[in-house]
Write a protein that binds this ligand. Structure first.
Ligand code: SF4
Ligand code: SF4
Length: 133
């Protein structure tokens, strides 16, 4: 399963090509789901689709370069019994994790979810739920 890791950059670390160097060193493709970085520092949320040992090695490399890391252990569920495909959540989702299928039903691609939780209160029948564990 894809793991999601939040990287916290200090102002000083934003000047270094840390992400690029780790991709080059490991040969692992790191998918950026969300990034908010300025000269003052910031955060990048990565999705890493790799075996556990490889993900752990990548986390270690970021930490060795002075980047704070946090693995996001969350899950989002779409209750298909409750959902009536009104589409209200789709327009709010910033990543396209919620989308319409060809037969106009709503589907969820958890790999794209950044757990922003915007969609949860938008659902009139409480069909979306985020669990933190
Ligand atoms: S929490 Fe909801 S709105 Fe946010 S990215 Fe995930 S599916 Fe989209
Ligand atoms: S807002 Fe709720 S009911 Fe409407 S499509 Fe999204 S999950 Fe389904």
């Amino acid at each position: 399963m894809t793991k999601k890791v939040l990287l916290k950059y200090s102002a000083e670390k934003t000047k270094e090509p840390i992400l690029a160097s780790i991709i080059k060193e490991t040969g692992t493709l790191l998918n950026i789901l969300h990034a908010e970085v300025s000269a003052e520092g910031g955060e990048i949320l990565l999705a890493i689709d790799a075996p556990d040992a490889e993900v752990n090695q990548i986390i270690k490399l970021f930490e060795q370069r002075g980047i704070e890391t946090k693995e996001l252990k969350r899950a989002i569920q779409l209750d298909e019994e409750k959902c009536f495909d009104c589409g209200a959540c789709i327009s709010l989702c910033p990543t396209g994790a919620l989308r319409l299928t060809d037969d106009y039903s709503v589907e969820l691609d958890e790999d794209k979810c950044i757990y922003c939780e915007i969609c949860v209160p938008s659902c009139p029948v409480r069909a979306l739920k985020i669990s933190k564990f």
